[in-house]
Each structure stands twice: as structure tokens, then as C-alpha cells.
Design a protein around this ligand. Structure first.
Ligand SMILES: NC(=O)c1ccc[n+]([C@@H]2O[C@H](COP(=O)([O-])OP(=O)(O)OC[C@H]3O[C@@H](n4cnc5c(N)ncnc54)[C@H](OP(=O)(O)O)[C@@H]3O)[C@@H](O)[C@H]2O)c1
Length: 276
């Protein structure tokens, strides 16, 4: 596991692919709005987050941009992702909407630009053609997809104009993503887990609780540790509260054993928060 080291030990796992350095825990920003969003992003950067996830659809790129411009953390030290919504997947729309995102985010480039959901009507080739131009113009460093099934991912990977860095999908102990994860692990991709904490809802089961009390950690910390001990997995928990933000990256001073990893994986019951 590659990581950043301090005197007290590892503080973040870094995934390295095609020259990109992606912190394995990022801050999700869905549902963060207005000054609350600016504050949350500022506090996350102060606490040590260097990976932010937003989207045109979240209507908070302006606020994320404001926080980026006010924070003393340098832009080049942050891995920033945004996404294009499926109604804007025609060539000209993709070009125009990323331009709009960059203006709102107050930056010349994003690190990763994702297709938020696959389109039923716009051919993927057309969207990829626009993404190729955006890569050439330096407006995004990398491209990827989100909410692609294993069946959709394989052809997308094969026809992409540049390596697809990730498929961002819902993934947590209650929802296995075995096929997509295996595909990512076999190819030069990582899986980004969204709703990693099941939106704070249903991880109150005895298995995770028992493991948490054994290590003196919270349920969220054990869950996030489970992600980062998997090969090529990144998780982007959303947390408004600084105490949650802090908790969610204080996961580098304990390690789950193989039985604990397996026990958490066995909690899978195909439960989805986001149904599309
Ligand atoms: N690509 C897509 O289609 C897609 C879809 C959904 C989400 N996403 C991305 O994934 C990110 C994460 O998913 P999500 O926001 O849906 O859900 P989530 O990260 O699973 O859960 C967020 C909830 O968990 C709470 N929480 C955070 N840390 C906690 C802790 N240590 N202890 C207890 N509760 C804690 C938060 O509370 P507070 O906020 O009050 O701190 C918030 O209510 C999103 O923000 C977004 O960036 C992408």
C-alpha cells in the first residue's frame, strides 16, 4: 500500500495510475449547498483531505470553487473530480458544460471528468470524442465513467480515447460490486465507491459494531478501513461535520484481519441507496 508518511505513520493511502495520485479517501459533496458547502470543503482541506468529488448535478460547483480559491492548499495538490449529467452528453454540450464547471470551480482544469450516468440515446463515441478534445486542451487530466454496469464498462473501456481511470458506483458492505471490482483490478482502473457509509443508515449491525469495539473505532471508521484494504478501491464519504470528516480519515492506525474483511464482505444483501 503506497501512502504519505509522517512521523506518526501512514496518513493516507495513495493510488497511483498513469501518473495520477489519487488519495483513497475523498470528500463527497452531494447535498452540500451554499455557505455550508464552502465551510465543509474548507474544513476538509484543513483537516487533510486532498481529493474532492463534485458534479454539475450537485449544483455546488460554485461553492466548491469558492472554497478552493480561499484555501491555502495549492490547486495542484488536490485531486478534483466533476461529472457531466446525461442530458449533456452530445459533443457540443460536453465541451460547453465542462467550460461552465471550470468557471464555477475557479480552476483551469479538473483532474477527473466523469460521465455521470450512461446515456440511452447518445452514442458513447460522440461523448468520448468531446472528452478527447478536452483532454488535449488540458481541461481535464483524466476521464472516467460512473454508474456503468459491468456489461457497459467493458465496451466503454475498449473504445475510450484514453484510459478510463475509474468507474464510480454505489459500493458498500450491503452491496457487492464483485464484477466491476474484478474488472478494475484486472485492468488499470480503480473503483470509486459512492454512498460508502450507506448515507449513515444501515451499518448498525453487530458484525461491524463488534469489530469497531475491538479496535476502539467507530462503525464508519471500520467500514472505510474495509474499503481501503481492498486493491484499487477509493471511497468518497460525504461529511458536513468536521468531526465526521476527521473521523473518516483517521483510519490508518489499525488493520482488519482477513476474517474481519470477509465477515464485512458477507454482509452483502444487494441493497441499493441510489436506484437511478
Ligand atoms: N456518481 C453518482 O451517481 C453518485 C451518487 C451518490 C453519491 N455520489 C458521491 O458519493 C458521495 C458519498 O455518498 P453519499 O453522500 O450519498 O453518502 P455517504 O457518504 O454514504 O453518507 C453521508 C452521510 O453519512 C454521514 N457521515 C459521514 N461520516 C460519518 C461518520 N464518521 N459517522 C456517522 N455518520 C457519518 C454524513 O453526515 P454529515 O454530513 O452530517 O457529517 C451524511 O449524512 C456523495 O457525496 C457524492 O459525492 C455519487
Amino acid at each position: 500500500m503506497k501512502g504519505n508518511h509522517t512521523e506518526s505513520g501512514e496518513t493516507m493511502k495513495i493510488i497511483q495510475l498513469y501518473g495520477a495520485k489519487i488519495p483513497a479517501i475523498g470528500l463527497g459533496t452531494w447535498d452540500l449547498r451554499g455557505s455550508e458547502c464552502v465551510q465543509a470543503v474548507m474544513s476538509a482541506l484543513e483537516i487533510g483531505y486532498r481529493h474532492l468529488d463534485t458534479a454539475q448535478f450537485y449544483q455546488n460547483e460554485e461553492e466548491v470553487g469558492k472554497a478552493l480559491s480561499q484555501s491555502p492548499v495549492r490547486r495542484e495538490d488536490i485531486f478534483l473530480t466533476t461529472k457531466v449529467w446525461p442530458t449533456y452528453l452530445h459533443y457540443q454540450d460536453v465541451i460547453a458544460t465542462l467550460g461552465e464547471s471550470l468557471r464555477k470551480l475557479r480552476t483551469d482544469y479538473v483532474d477527473l471528468f466523469l460521465i455521470h450516468w450512461p446515456s440511452l440515446s447518445v452514442p458513447l463515441e460522440e461523448t468520448f470524442e468531446a472528452m478527447k478534445v478536452l483532454l488535449e486542451q488540458g481541461k481535464t487530466r483524466y476521464i472516467g465513467v460512473s454508474n456503468f454496469s459491468a456489461e457497459q464498462l467493458e465496451p466503454a473501456y475498449a473504445m475510450a480515447p484514453a484510459p478510463l481511470l475509474t468507474n464510480q458506483v454505489e459500493y458498500h458492505p450491503l452491496l457487492s460490486q464483485k464484477e466491476i471490482l474484478q474488472f478494475c483490478q484486472k485492468h488499470e482502473m480503480f473503483l470509486t465507491a459512492y454512498c460508502p457509509l450507506v448515507r449513515g443508515r444501515s451499518l448498525q449491525n453487530t458484525i461491524i459494531k463488534d469489530i469497531a469495539s475491538k479496535y476502539g473505532k467507530s462503525i464508519a471508521q471500520v467500514t472505510l478501513r474495509w474499503f481501503i484494504q481492498q486493491e484499487k478501491v477509493v471511497a468518497i464519504p460525504k461529511a458536513l461535520r468536521p468531526e465526521h470528516q476527521k473521523e473518516n480519515i483517521e483510519i490508518f492506525d489499525f488493520e482488519l484481519n482477513e476474517d474481519e474483511m470477509k465477515a464485512i464482505s458477507h454482509l452483502d444483501r444487494g441493497e441499493r441507496v441510489v436506484t437511478g
